[in-house]
Ligand binder design. Structure first.
Ligand code: C2E
Ligand code: MG
Ligand code: MG
Length: 721
């Protein structure tokens, strides 16, 4: 039989190859898009991408078919052309589905390549079938088989390209993508060519679909529209990929910043919970752990084993720690505290909580003890361990500890455990130190008293029962008031006026001093603002407790109170008792420096009671030194007291500090102090502490009975250092 000789259009073949390259390049790019973490977006890319690249695949076959065409007029039946396009879109959808579902196993690769090869063959044959010829085409079996095999192999190469490229980016990946595109496209061209060669059209064949889609116009239209569609889709895909990468990078850096912020926050939270000198949990963390342990203990009570288990709190206080600081220096004192902490950790079990709650006070929380004997055994081990001398800078330091033990549930109420352990510790101290005492019910009275007081104190702030009284300090040379000291007063509804000497130490022991201290700071600043509005410029001294100095935010709190009330920082003075300033140097130094930096003056209170080291005194950013009342008391009668005051005044002046004498009660004390060069005097001789209103009235001439008249010195006078 005679067959038609096929025509050959080189440009058509070249264009089909170029469109093939573009299509495969696009498919490889889309393979990355369909892996988007956002499922909706991935599916959009899958659908749109399949249509665009499927159209590309179809165009490749269509153009090859047209380039190796027939020498008779032909046309394409629309339904079959549409089916062929649909198959091409299906082939692209298969490729993108494979890419969407991640890693390719060998079996999946081969399976997908076979299906893809077959679908691509169908694309070609349905496109051929759209040319309705009579008599029909006869096919060359081996060529068709070879075309199919090439289609499968080319599909496998393309799919492997997708797999490799999914893990790469950068310029090299672009080259690989181009190479895979060229290779695969060449494969498709060969496949199409072979498939066309396999079709033998009889020489007398007539095309019945010649009136349908015009072959020439259809190929022109395809040549123009398909590349446009492919380029647009590719540009969208590349742009989206670039934007997505930037978004991922941005999210990554945000995540990085977030992670850093989180870790900084964790560190701050940790610091707020740990004692800076020993690294042990502080009172806050201890109380939290105790609350958790009590919850667990109450839950465990329901089981038989839980019924037997005990929980104990050991309150440990170092006996006579002050002499260690006084005789060996504060660095040695800090070292002893650190080593005591270490020994406590060694003696306690792994699951126990050891905490430092005061300068020389520790708490141990023991959980799951079988009997109170276990708790006593731990107390005895700690007492023995503390007795072993500490080696500090080639010297041996011997100390002892007193321990109060309270066991739950034996000793009842969970909210009182700390107070009960404290009361038992005081008993151990009275019993001769270096020993322990188990809490007993007769100690209840002290505990109950203290707890009542602290509970009342908690409400005192809300109920406005606290008030600051002010006691003037008199300038020795000019006989004018150069400032006042704010002294806390508590108007208790039942007990009457409670002395700060009573409630401040209890507030310190129960961890409530920071709230009281914060109220004092706020109220002193508020008062300074109010006085200033009345034309009274007054420097106010407040007393700070060591627990406040350990607060991380004390400086910022003082700074913000000053700012809020428009008070100059140099108008505020903070009094810190000498023993406090000397005791916990690590914790306090940072705060004292911080106060100095914001311009708040410091004063060393009750000087002479703590045997301060001169070198340390020099390091403190203090402006003032207040000689303790006990020295002033004896001035009239004792030459020794006079000599001490004389020495202190000289020492203070040598260090550039102003000297204040407190507790001046008589005219002769005043005269002696002035003759010794004391800068400021404070005491009942001049004025008792008085309310803010009384002080203001005094400045307006309403002098309280028994006070010196200083009204003229107060008004509108600028503060001098
Ligand atoms: P301090 O800071 O040494 O205050 C001086 C104490 O001596 C005051 O006692 C004052 O009333 C008293 N005083 C003043 N002049 C004389 C005098 O001529 N003769 C005698 N015998 N006493 C005089 P007060 O107000 O009872 O305060 C006792 C201590 O309580 C204060 O000692 C201070 O350490 C503490 N305190 C007072 N207010 C506060 C506060 O707001 N915070 C803290 N943390 N402690 C405070
Ligand atoms: Mg004071
Ligand atoms: Mg004092």
């Amino acid at each position: 039989m005679a067959y038609l000789i096929p025509t050959f259009d080189l440009w058509g073949i070249a264009l089909s190859f170029a469109i093939g390259c573009l299509t495969i390049y696009l498919l490889l790019d889309l393979a990355k898009r369909v892996r988007s973490a956002d499922r909706g977006i991935a599916q959009l890319w899958w659908g749109g991408g399949a249509i665009a690249s499927g159209t590309g695949l179809w165009a490749v076959h269509f153009l090859i078919m047209h380039a190796r065409g027939l020498s008779i007029p032909i046309g394409y039946a629309a339904p079959m052309t549409f089916v062929s396009w649909l198959c091409a879109v299906g082939a692209a959808a298969i490729v993108l589905s494979v890419a969407m579902h991640g890693a390719l196993s060998k079996v999946r690769l081969i399976g997908s390549a076979v299906v893809l090869g077959i679908v691509l063959s169908i694309v070609h044959h349905t496109a051929m079938a759209a040319i309705e010829l009579a008599p029909g085409v006869s096919w060359d079996g081996p060529s068709i088989t070879l075309a199919l095999l090439i289609g499968i192999a080319m599909s496998a190469v393309g799919l492997m390209g997708i797999e490799k490229l999914s893990r790469r980016s950068g310029i090299l990946a672009v080259f690989v993508q181009i190479a895979v595109s060229i290779g695969t496209s060449a494969g498709i061209a060969v496949m199409g060519w072979l498939a066309m060669s396999a079709a033998k059209v009889p020489a007398d064949a007539i095309c019945f679909s010649v009136m349908a889609l015009d072959g020439g116009h259809a190929s022109d239209l395809t040549m123009i529209t398909v590349p446009l569609l492919l380029v647009c889709t590719l540009l969208s895909s590349i742009t989206y990929g670039w934007l997505d990468k930037r978004r991922t990078l941005l999210a990554g850096s945000l995540e990085h910043v977030n992670a850093r912020l989180n870790s900084a926050n964790d560190e701050l939270r940790q610091r707020a919970m740990l004692d800076p000198l020993t690294g042990l949990p502080n009172r806050l963390l201890f109380e939290d752990r105790l609350a958790q342990a009590l919850l667990r203990a109450d839950r465990a009570k329901k089981s038989v084993r839980g019924l037997r288990e005990k929980l104990a709190v050991l309150f440990i206080d170092i006996d006579s720690f002050k002499p260690v600081n006084d005789s060996f220096g504060h660095a040695a004192g800090d070292d002893v505290i650190r080593q005591v902490a270490q020994r406590l950790r060694e003696e306690a079990r792994h699951e126990d909580t050891v905490s430092r709650v005061g300068s020389d006070q520790f708490l141990v929380l023991m959980e799951g003890a079988n009997s109170s004997n276990d708790c006593v055994a731990l107390a005895m081990r700690i007492i023995e361990a503390a007795k072993v001398p500490f080696r500090i800078a080639e010297r041996k330091i011997q100390i002892s500890v007193s321990i109060g033990v309270v066991v739950y549930p034996d000793h009842g109420e969970p909210t009182k455990l700390l107070a009960q352990a404290d009361a038992a510790m005081q008993v151990a101290k009275r019993a001769g130190r270096g020993t322990y005492a188990m809490f007993e019910s007769h100690m209840h009275k002290d505990v109950a008293d203290q707890l009542d007081l602290i509970n009342d104190l908690r409400q005192a702030i809300e109920l406005s029962q606290l008030e600051l009284y002010y006691q003037p300090k008199i300038d020795g040379k000019r006989h004018v008031i150069c400032g006042v000291e704010a002294l806390l007063r508590w108007h208790h509804p039942v007990r009457g006026m409670v002395s700060p000497a009573l409630f401040i130490p209890i507030a310190e022991r129960f961890g409530f001093i920071n709230a009281v201290g914060a109220w004092v700071i706020e109220d002193a600043c508020r008062q300074m603002e109010a006085w200033s509005k009345d034309g009274l410029q007054m420097r106010v001294a407040i007393n700070l407790s060591v627990h406040q100095l350990r607060e991380a935010d004390l400086v910022s709190r003082i700074e913000s109170a000053l700012e809020r009330h428009g008070v100059k920082s140099s108008h505020l003075l903070c009094e810190i008792t000498e023993t406090v300033a000397m005791q916990d140097i690590t914790a306090t130094q940072r705060t004292l420096d911080g106060l100095g930096k914001i311009g708040v003056y410091l004063s060393i209170d009750d000087f002479g009671t703590g045997y301060s080291s001169l070198s340390y005194l020099r390091q403190l950013p203090a402006r003032q030194l207040k000689i303790d009342r006990s020295f002033i008391n004896d001035l009239d009668t004792s030459d020794d007291a006079k000599a001490v005051v004389d020495g202190v005044v000289r020492l203070a002046h040598a260090l550039g500090l102003r000297v204040v004498a407190e507790g001046v009660e008589t005219a002769s004390q005043r005269d002696i102090l002035l003759s010794l060069g004391c800068d400021e005097l404070q005491g009942y001789f001049f004025a008792h502490p008085m309310s803010a209103t009384k002080l203001l009235a005094w400045t307006h001439g309403h002098k309280p009975k028994g006070t010196v008249d200083f009204a003229q010195s107060l008004m509108h006078r600028s503060i001098t250092a």
